[in-house]
Write a protein that binds this ligand. Structure first.
Ligand code: 5GP
Ligand code: MN
Length: 379
């Protein structure tokens, strides 16, 4: 019978190296010379943000590091079952404790974002630590915009690969490459594997987009071999709606969806009053933007919801108390990130991006209506 180590070694041969070995070596050296590590991930954490940060956290704890995960604001209920999610420190409600941890840390690791703005005022704390010379590692799969990202100083290592479907997959690949370099490092445990699997699953819509290459399934195979119950993860994430959330989706489709057939576009927007009617909670809007893409010949979808400006982002709001969160999705070679970037100061991936508008909902809608024909193709 093959030993477990042999299996691991064989697996590493099937997976192409993502990172230059010198970079992995440096990451490993920074980790090994640190005892206190803080992991940060983006505002309104999604499955990949939670999965990449917690997956890495579990593994670093196996390496006997003191590790904390800090999120800017609360995560949705459908991710609260993730191993150790309840230990995440929420900056919005516990900023003093988080500031202390950041000050004590020898190393800060950012996952699933590379722009300090994506973590609100926690980004200012990150930049203070960075300016003071603290080591920062960024593991992300979003496009990097030079003037918005963490500056490329000697105390920063960037593992930013926009071609990767998820940050969680990058974490898996990094851990694998580190273990190939140093075979005595711990293997992933089930908690780490479950978190990483969850991030890979959610950022690919349960492997329905950005998911058409074999290595992804080598990784999934390995995670299942480690004990991940992928069917249970699917149920916990996707079959766990509250009744109100399901009804909100029905309301959006029946009463709120506008279709602009010439440009293959759908738009849904919700005011705070409407959200209130459905007892809206963080995460309830997740997935609504994808629904119109199920319509034949609809290739672009935009979803907007009104929100209040939260305390960690007042510096961005120019005095407005209201903001509108914008999400866009598309299919095929039809980018939505350009419009998000240029019209809503946001960004993201070609087929999934977002942004924010600090002002009333009708203004954000008007901007959309004035611009979509320019950005969205007719054919
Ligand atoms: P969602 O629509 O799920 O909030 O976000 C979709 C994608 O766009 C995610 O990859 C997310 O990181 C990115 N995104 C969402 N909002 C913003 C934003 O305000 N700025 C940038 N740069 N990216 C965003
Ligand atoms: Mn992601």
């Amino acid at each position: 019978m093959q030993s477990k180590n042999k299996n691991r070694f064989n697996l590493s041969i099937m997976i192409t190296d993502k990172f230059a070995s010198s970079l992995v070596q440096q990451v490993l050296a920074w980790i090994q010379s640190s005892s206190h590590i803080v992991i940060l991930t983006h505002m309104s954490p999604d499955g990949d943000a939670m999965g990449s940060s917690l997956g890495l956290c579990h593994w670093l704890r196996l390496c006997d590091k003191q590790v904390s995960v800090v999120v800017p604001n609360t995560f949705p209920d459908f991710l609260s079952w993730l191993p150790s999610a309840s230990e995440d420190l929420i900056y919005e409600t516990d900023s003093e404790a988080a500031d202390r941890l950041l000050a004590q840390a020898d190393l800060i690791i950012c996952t699933d974002f590379n722009e300090p703005k994506r973590i609100g005022s926690l980004g200012d704390r990150l930049m203070e630590q960075h300016a003071a010379g603290k080591r920062v590692i960024v593991i992300d799969h979003h496009l990097m915009v030079e003037e918005k990202t963490v500056p490329p100083t000697d105390n920063v290592l960037k593992l930013i690969y926009p071609d990767s479907p998820s940050a969680s997959e990058l974490v898996y690949r990094l851990l694998l490459q580190m273990r190939v370099l140093q075979p005595n490092l711990p293997a992933l445990n089930l908690d780490a594997a479950t978190c990483i699997y969850t991030g890979m699953m959610t950022d690919t819509g349960n492997f329905s987009f950005n998911s058409n290459y074999p290595e992804m399934y080598e990784i999934v195979g390995d995670l299942v071999r480690l004990g991940v119950n992928k069917d249970a993860v699917y149920n916990s994430v996707f079959n766990s709606y509250k009744t109100d959330r399901m009804r909100l989706m029905g309301y959006c489709l029946y009463q709120k969806m506008r279709i602009y057939p010439e440009h293959h576009t759908a738009l849904i927007y919700l005011s705070r009053k409407e959200l209130y009617r459905f007892n809206f909670q963080s995460g309830d809007a997740e997935g609504i933007v994808n629904l119109p893409l199920q319509i034949k010949d609809i290739y672009y979808s935009c979803f907007m919801r009104e929100d209040k400006v939260n305390p960690t982002e007042v510096n961005l709001a120019n005095g407005s108390k209201i903001k509108v969160k914008i999400s866009m999705r598309s299919q095929g070679d039809r980018p939505v990130n350009t419009m998000c970037h240029e019209v809503y100061n946001g960004g993201g991936h070609k087929n999934a991006s977002g942004g924010e508008y600090y002002g009333p909902l009708p203004e954000a809608v008007e901007r959309f209506l004035n611009n979509y024909q320019h950005y969205f193709k007719k054919d």
